[in-house]
Design a protein around this ligand. Structure first.
Ligand code: SF4
Ligand code: SF4
Length: 124
């Protein structure tokens, strides 16, 4: 990730169409079996701009928050989340599970790690 969707999501679906990376799926397709819309961290590219497109389209304050960059430095965080069922990272046939150490993604360096660790709202 990336960004993350919280329990404040009302499943309106607006963010799904906006995502340029096709990283968002509806609750019915949630790989973790949750009843809210889900962002695949291994696909999210933190699309550039003043605000990520998903958050700009979201009508529910606090439904889309920052998460840690999807890079090798935070590989353990995503492995742990995957093992706990918070995420379900896609498995590639030959490369294995696409953790950040295997397939890092772009992130917005201007967003602090503090904000990300605290899952601050993307839209302030
Ligand atoms: S930040 Fe951009 S790439 Fe990531 S889920 Fe939102 S719209 Fe998709
Ligand atoms: S736009 Fe916001 S409320 Fe609607 S599905 Fe996405 S995260 Fe949920």
């Amino acid at each position: 990730m990336a960004v993350k969707i919280t329990s404040l999501c009302i499943n309106c679906g607006s963010c799904i169409e906006e995502c340029p990376a096709m990283a968002i799926v509806g609750a019915e397709d949630s790989p973790i079996g949750a009843d809210i819309t889900y962002v695949k961290p291994e696909k999210c590219i933190e699309c550039e701009g003043s605000e990520p497109r998903c958050a700009a389209a979201c009508p529910s304050d606090g439904a889309i928050v920052w998460d840690l960059p999807y890079i090798a430095e935070f590989n353990d965080y995503y492995v742990d989340g995957h093992n706990k069922g918070i995420y379900k990272i896609r498995e590639h046939k030959t490369n294995g599970i696409m953790f950040p150490a295997v397939s890092p993604k772009p992130f917005q360096a201007s967003v602090s790690i503090d904000k990300r660790q605290n899952h601050a709202n993307v839209i302030e």
